[in-house]
Design a protein around this ligand. Sequence first.
Ligand code: UDP
Length: 242
Amino acid sequence: MSADQTAKPPYRRVLLKLSGEGLMGDKDFGLDVAVVERIAGEIRAVHEQGVEICLVIGGGNIFRGVSEAARSIERTTADYMGMLATVMNALAVQSILEKNGVPTRVLSAIPMSTVCEPYVRRRAIRHMEKGRLVIFTAGTGNPFFTTDTAAALRAVEMGCDVLLKGTQVDGVYSADPKKVKDAERYDELSFQDVLSRDLRVMDASAIALARDNGLPILVFSLRQEGAFAEVVAGGGKYTKIS
Ligand code: UDP
């Protein structure tokens, strides 16, 4: 399915969730600048069509509160470290987006006023109305959460039409398709399906928040070039959770 990309996109405001892993390319750690440049170019193309875009970026490419490396660190401290990792990614993506001509503001759930703006809901909305892309960073600002939950929360707060989750594969599968050869791929799922079948696409708190607020989630592959624009235009390959 390929939508006419010259037509007006069906979405007015979208939240794109990028995992830290998605910025890593084929590296084992950190950022692959070439990958970030490509994603930034795709985001710019969609932004130029007048779609309001906000981003939530993970931190798993740098640090995860539940990782092996965090084992001897107290959980809440490790989670704060994970949230700080997301700030590094946000600053990198902001820099590359602005180099590509997309005015971008980073808003942090943990105030750090010399680095970026604190998260203020009305200010974030204003930025988007003025044509700026907004990156929400430091997750929800609370330990024991993930950036997926932060993405669902911010998407609901911003009144986004949809949450787009860019992953390493082209949708939701019954098992990890990289490990299980005959894993089943789904075109559509209900929130309840995801929860009851324990499909590990996003954590349960993110799914429950989206369900309770009627926020559809589209899961697509960020590795697939041009997929973001296609999905925003109403085409492409994705799993819809609604
Ligand atoms: N984190 C947190 N609260 C949040 C968001 C993130 O404590 O609201 C921490 C948590 O330790 C998590 C890490 O930040 O492991 C990085 O986020 P995440 O694992 O969601 O990143 P991703 O998998 O998307 O790269």
